[in-house]
Design a protein around this ligand. Sequence first.
Ligand code: HEM
Ligand code: HEM
Length: 189
Amino acid sequence: MTAETASRLPAERSRYDGATIILHWLTALLVIVMFALPHIWQQLERRTPPRLFLIDLHFSLGITLAGIVLVRILWRAVQGRRLPHAGPKLAQHASRIVHWAFYFLLPAQLALGFLLRWAQHQPLPYFGLFLVPDPFGLPLEARVVIGELHEWNAWVIIILSGGHAAAALVHHYVLRDGLLRRMWGGRGA
Ligand code: HEM
Ligand code: HEM
């Protein structure tokens, strides 16, 4: 099916491949957890075990998410199914911009996270299995600006994700074009 023919079909008639679907939902879940974790640990007493546990979890899940995002981008570039943007022209443009924004902002957020920890002159623990040391020797002062960028970019990603999820639900339940099924498992074209 060409992109042109597919774009004239209801969205439900085509689906992403299984790997894209799994990678999408893993990414979505981890992004939400990664955003929630700091807001929980900031409520806890400094240097207490629960707070330190959540901070370490942020790093371990962050390293995992970095691997998932890398695989996702490679998969999309090489083999992953790409579908035409659905809906009216304006919605198609918006969807194209938001999807590209995710592919730019997510790697940026992950890189900033690594750099922030290294600028704090601390290695990154991975579920107690190993430590990722700082390869750059960043100056300690860099942590302030990197920390600001990491925090602001987190908000941009989470606001975009909210808009993106709302748009998907509007497509599915208001426009009734079955868009959500593209990103859901099961039988499909
Ligand atoms: C935090 C989270 C999320 C991120 C970072 C994210 C990211 C993305 C990206 C980059 C794409 C484009 C796929 C591609 O063509 O390569 C996409 C597609 C899609 N996402 Fe998400 N997503 C998130 C959460 C959600 C949620 C919560 C929903 C549903 C309520 C959702 C529903 C969809 C659907 C239906 C598509 C296919 C859209 C289309 O084919 O035009 N996503 N997502
Ligand atoms: C989508 C992914 C991510 C999101 C949404 C996210 C979000 C956040 C947020 C909101 C904060 C708190 C900022 C503040 O209030 O000062 C934070 C702190 C931090 N994040 Fe992330 N982050 C992500 C990925 C990562 C990754 C991959 C790493 C490193 C592997 C990382 C390392 C850090 C560090 C070092 C801090 C500061 C911790 C401290 O206070 O000592 N983040 N992150």
